[in-house]
Design a protein around this ligand. Structure first.
Ligand code: UDP
Length: 497
């Protein structure tokens, strides 16, 4: 007789953003490696609204390699219904219409391909794993009468902060926007140090409820997979597990894409050859994420250049151009000279390189890289941890200030350049965006010099190596993340109808 727990299928709905997508696919692969009776379908929304060449290249390479990866992994590109977007003019309503139309496509797929799959290998829908930003897709799971698990692409402390502010609003009528920067630091259960008001993510300050709605839905899930590991965020995870209004949390990470993207390998090779000629831990790597928000206007670019030159450090700097059309995807400079101080590239050619997009993990893995000036996106944080590279924090938006706070104040593997830098602040009265003050070359130079100090007293370097070991142990057989994968799967089986 066929075992009822065989041939069970999870449907993943990742968010179409680089950091979320890559880690969700990584999670699907991890579950498949461990569970031979499981199949996974990843339903991919290729957002033509954000024509991001990198995520599209990643999707294309995944689909091209699909057969080599695992026969139980299906990657399905959802068709886009352009008609559904007609009549919507502002970005928010276009995105909502896009997600709603994709929900219908998810439903169609599940009806046609899983429910009515007919003969052949019987497929039993065990549930959906939806990205935290796609929580509205839980409606589809409900229609099929199966549970939803949420994939939370940020850290556990941030998950706690997100839920905390939703509960403050819903249970006590307190809005995050009522707090003032001058107020005392806040007690947020998932941080063990008091949390500064000025570092609160804009998404909890937003009074329109979009992100808090996701938190409400997260509470209804049967489990939350978080891309983190126990030893990194033990305080946050313990505090979440004590709260019976929060579903079971599964820290199964770090889940990383360490292979880069095939399309960029050739250009990366040249940089790797240059890194091969640099002394160990001597190069500072600067990169501010995958999106258009991780770019600076010319005056700020110049301050960074002056800081690098004055610090005398070897460097590898990912420098992209702000998009003029307001797109979410940054563009490239035809020539970096157009934005850098005159003669900078010539003067620094023996110690540094300025580049466009390349796979970050490939560089962080190189022994010559000894420090990372980062916007502290969660994936960048995990990649830096995995390779034991300490960070100098320069966050831009959303969760990044909170991540910087954790890295500098709680974990101790980072120095601070400008933890309260924010590109997504708005004036509370006028709602006009607030342009952040320029960070001076001096401030940047101090941060870089302290990050790259190779004396034995550089505590952040020692700490980064310690945390690296913890991250590797977590994934080993018997490690915490290894065990959490097991318990997640048990949860899925228990919830089978
Ligand atoms: N990334 C990369 N090359 C770049 C910039 C980013 O490979 O030049 C990758 C990086 O390794 C990470 C992801 O893009 O995996 C960015 O995710 P993160 O959460 O750090 O930041 P986001 O881009 O979402 O702000």
């Amino acid at each position: 007789m066929e075992d009822a727990n065989n041939n069970i299928e999870l449907v993943f709905v990742p968010a179409p953003a680089m950091g979320h997508f890559v880690s969700a696919v990584g999670t699907a692969k991890l579950l498949l490696q461990r569970q031979p009776q499981l199949s996974v379908t990843v339903l991919i929304m290729k957002v033509h609204l954000i024509p991001d060449a990198r995520i599209n290249a990643y999707i294309d390479s995944l689909i091209a390699d699909e057969k080599d990866i695992n026969p139980r992994l299906k990657l399905i590109l959802l068709p886009v219904d352009l008609d559904a977007l007609k009549g919507h003019s502002d970005k928010a309503s276009i995105f909502k219409a896009f997600f709603d139309s994709q929900k219908a496509k998810v439903r169609d797929y599940c009806v046609n391909e899983i429910q009515n799959s007919g003969s052949g290998r019987r497929r039993r829908l065990a549930g959906f794993v939806v990205d935290m930003l796609c929580s509205s897709f839980m409606d589809v799971a409900e229609e099929f009468g199966v549970p939803t698990y949420v994939f939370y692409a940020l850290g556990a402390a941030m998950l706690g902060l997100h839920l905390h502010f939703q509960s403050l609003k819903d249970d006590r009528g307190i809005l995050a926007s009522e707090f003032k920067d001058s107020d005392p630091d806040l007690n947020i259960p998932t941080y063990f140090k008091p949390f500064p008001v000025k570092l609160l993510p804009s998404f909890v300050l937003d009074t329109t409820d979009g992100v808090l709605d996701h938190a409400r839905r997260i509470r209804q899930a049967k489990g939350v997979i978080v891309n983190t590991f126990f030893d990194l965020e033990s305080h946050a995870l313990e505090s979440l597990s004590k709260d019976n209004t929060v579903p079971l949390v599964y820290p199964v990470g770090p889940i990383l894409n360490l292979n880069g993207i095939a399309k960029y390998r050739e250009s990366e090779e040249q940089i790797l050859r240059w890194l091969d000629d640099q002394p160990a831990s001597s190069v500072v790597y600067l990169c501010f994420g995958s999106a258009a928000v991780g770019v600076f206007q010319e005056p700020q670019v110049k301050e960074i250049a002056y800081a690098l030159e004055r610090s005398g450090q070897r460097f590898l700097w990912v420098l992209r151009k702000p998009s003029s059309s307001g797109s979410l995807v940054p563009t490239g400079y035809s020539n970096h000279d157009e934005v850098l101080p005159e003669g900078f590239l010539e003067r620094t050619k023996s110690i540094g390189k300025v580049i466009e997009w390349a796979s970050q993990s490939v560089f962080l893995a190189h022994p010559a890289v000894g420090g990372f000036v980062s916007h502290c996106g969660w994936n960048s944080v995990l990649e830096s941890i995995w390779f034991g590279v300490p960070i100098a924090t320069w966050p831009m938006m959303v969760d990044q200030q909170g991540n910087a706070f954790q890295l500098v104040r709680e974990i101790g593997m980072a120095v601070d350049i400008k933890m309260d830098y924010k590109t997504d602040s708005r004036d509370p009265k006028t709602n006009i965006p607030i342009v952040p003050k320029i960070v001076s070359a001096k401030e940047i130079e101090i941060g870089i010099t302290s990050l790259m100090d190779n004396s034995t007293t550089n505590f952040v370097r020692t700490k980064a190596k310690e945390v690296k070991e913890m991250s590797r142990n977590a994934l080993e057989e018997g490690g915490s993340s290894f065990n959490f994968v097991e318990s997640f799967f048990k949860n899925v089986i228990t919830n089978l109808k």
